[in-house]
Design a protein. Structure first.
Lengths: 335, 328
């Protein structure tokens, strides 16, 4: 257990430094993007006939600050705010902290993408084992082809296909947002039912487009393990089929956890096409909108959120390996 | 159950592999008897079919291969070539122990040796798992290892020689009395090799086993085997008591093999490599003698007629030249 604790401490320290570095880089990049939303607002007010002093005052009241001071000073302000988890206020939504905006949008991204990823992972690895074991038969061929096909179809094509079939031609599922506004948000059957109903198509889209990658990765991983000597050795020792199967599955799934952790980390980046097509006001759309509207604070916050998610996912994956793979554990002790 | 060392009678065994060119024999019409309590060595070059023959003893030839003819009669088990499913699975491990080449990773890298031992016990319905662990520790201790520590180790924490002893332990712990060792000392250093061979000999004698050792190393058989069988191109070309076969080889291939060994005393140039290369599955002649391409004693009859295995006293040789000499 101390090994894990030591590893975790190291990861957290490294992760913290990495977050600071990314925050610094994105701060300076964003600050050097041409255009200034506050200046734009100020000029608009002046054009509307306001005196420069009154306009400056109005902008200051609206946003609660006026960017004066050197960039270095702004940087220090930004970073010290970060340490207090203060990402500033959204420029396009005056008075709303960026953190609240991110939190509000994150739920519409995390729910469908997480569900889709886990679903496709589960189905993909199970079918991947069959695709590997039956690889010389028709079933194996069919599974591998289904994987390649779905892997090859772009996500937005898949999404629109599903909308056309299951929303327009056969109106089984809605595609008009994350939930019916008729229902009172909260823990009641109507609201939750509506959530699930609306989530079906986006989740299925996400799962189908990710499934191909999982089944192909799992198939090749299982084929590799099947060729390992210890599988034949277990059979020659008369091990039960169920035990040999567990040996195969556990060894084959190991490398896939890295991919799973990385894709869960990237989940915070949102799925722009899916959010657009199914009208999910998620993080992907937020990022695009904030870029278009030059909402620098939100942009910076969204970048930071993706960074943190990827770093956390990596740490979780690494600790997970320490638990499930004795070779990783041993390596740390020797180091 | 076979508490005594079982005898094994392989009769007319042929194993074919399915290839694009049709089914090709890797082992052809092999007959071999393992006397109860004996150590038999099989030598041959890579691709001679010796590993396929070893797997046949457990009816474990891997697809696309299959036993197409012949039988493997083991005392207490009957014809293994006809066993299927659960019956076959239970015979493996329980009655026949198989030891892998040391260089091969015959252990699950994610589990400790002890946990795999328990998996093995559960697979064979062993009720007294504590007893099983005790037996395993005893066997490992017998082979000069710290049993408790080894059972608590993962494969990557063990050296090649230790792994090989773990392999032998797993083959014997369920009280199998027929043990097949496939290249037991390949990829081990000389000292470890000698150690493992000593262990094989001692354990064989102590537990009363029937042992089959597959190797490409004549030195290994010379050291452990009572009887020696030489394989070439899927055929057993010569077999007999080890000393006799090594001392006065009859078959031209056996002679070639022994002449190829450099001596400790004398000129190193006296060692003569056998000219040519061993046949592969695809190039094994369909008719006639499999060895004729490399044979110095080649005659016309060798091109058309496959020499039969003929007993000359305790020796069995499959060669036209040898038979002619006898009859002349």
């Amino acid at each position: 257990m101390t090994v894990i604790a030591r590893r975790l401490a190291g990861h957290l320290a490294r992760g913290f430094v990495m977050i600071l570095v990314v925050a610094t880089i994105s701060f300076f990049i964003i600050n050097n993007i041409p255009g200034d939303p506050l200046a734009a607002r100020f000029e608009k007010l002046v054009e509307q006939g306001m005196s420069p002093e009154a306009a400056a005052q109005a902008v200051k009241v609206l946003y609660g600050f006026q960017p004066d001071g050197t960039m270095w000073q702004q940087y220090v302000d930004y970073m010290s705010g970060l340490l207090r988890l203060d990402l500033g206020e959204s420029v396009t939504r005056p008075g709303t902290p960026v953190l609240d905006v991110l939190g509000e949008k994150a739920k519409w991204t995390v729910l469908p993408v997480l569900a889709g990823t886990l679903l496709s992972f589960l189905v993909g690895i199970i079918l991947g084992v069959y695709a590997a074991i039956k690889r010389t038969g028709k079933l194996g061929d069919a599974l591998a082809i289904s994987g390649s096909l779905l892997h090859g179809i772009p996500q937005y094509v898949l999404a629109m296909l599903l909308v056309v079939i299951f929303s327009t031609l056969i109106p089984l599922f809605p595609a008009d947002g994350p939930v019916d506004i008729l229902f009172e948000p909260g823990f009641n059957a109507g609201y939750i039912g509506s959530l699930v109903e609306h989530a079906v198509l986006p989740v299925v889209t996400y799962a189908l487009s990710a499934y191909g990658g999982w089944i192909l990765a799992m198939k090749s991983s299982v084929v590799t393990v099947l060729g390992d000597d210890f599988i034949l050795a277990s059979e020659l020792r008369g091990m039960k089929r169920s035990i040999v199967f567990r040996y195969i599955a556990r060894n084959a799934i190991l490398p896939l956890f890295t991919i799973l952790a990385l894709s869960l980390g990237l989940l915070m980046g949102g799925a722009v096409f899916i959010e657009k097509i199914f009208n999910y006001p998620g993080l992907g759309l937020l990022l695009i909108d904030s870029v278009n509207e030059r909402d620098y604070a939100t942009m910076g916050g969204a970048f930071l959120l993706i960074t943190v998610a990827v770093i956390v996912a990596n740490i979780v994956a690494d600790l997970f390996y320490t638990v499930i793979d004795p070779r990783v554990r041993g390596g740390e002790e020797a180091a | 159950m076979a508490e005594q060392a079982p005898g094994v009678r392989i009769g007319g065994l042929t194993v074919v592999y399915k290839t694009p060119a049709g089914e090709l024999p890797a082992v052809r019409d092999v007959s071999l008897t393992l006397e109860p309590g004996s150590i038999t060595g099989i030598v041959g070059e890579s691709g001679s079919g010796k590993s396929t023959l070893a797997l046949s003893l457990l009816n474990a030839v891997q697809p696309p291969g299959r036993i197409s003819a012949g039988s493997v009669e083991i005392d207490g088990l009957g014809n293994v070539a006809a066993l299927k499913g659960e019956e076959l699975r239970k015979a493996r491990g329980r009655h026949i122990g198989y030891v892998f080449q040391a260089a091969q990773n015959s252990l699950n890298p994610l589990k400790t040796v002890g946990k795999q031992l328990l998996d093995l016990g559960r697979s064979h319905g062993v009720e007294d798992l504590r007893g099983l662990v005790r037996d395993a520790k005893e066997l490992l201790g017998r082979m000069g290892l710290d049993g408790a520590r080894v059972l608590d180790s993962h494969q990557h924490e063990l050296s090649g020689g230790m792994r090989q002893r773990v392999g032998i332990m797993l083959a014997l712990v369920l009280n199998a009395h027929l043990v097949v060792l496939d290249e037991p000392t390949t990829a081990l250093d000389m000292i470890t090799q000698a150690n493992i061979l000593k262990i094989v000999r001692e354990v064989h004698a102590e537990r009363g086993l029937t042992t089959l050792v597959i190797t490409h190393d004549i030195g290994v058989v010379a050291e452990v085997a009572d009887r020696l069988a030489v394989m070439y191109g899927g055929r057993l070309v010569e077999q007999g008591p080890t000393r006799e076969v090594l001392g006065s080889p009859s078959h031209p291939y056996t002679k070639g093999l022994i002449n190829a060994i450099p001596r400790l005393v004398g000129d190193i140039d006296e060692a003569r490599a056998l000219p040519g290369r061993p046949p592969t599955l695809a190039t094994v002649p369909k008719q006639g003698c499999v060895f004729r391409e490399r044979c110095a004693l080649r005659m016309d009859v060798c091109d058309t007629v496959d020499p039969e295995a003929v007993a000359h006293g305790p020796r069995i040789v499959a060669c036209h030249a040898v038979t002619v000499k006898e009859h002349a």
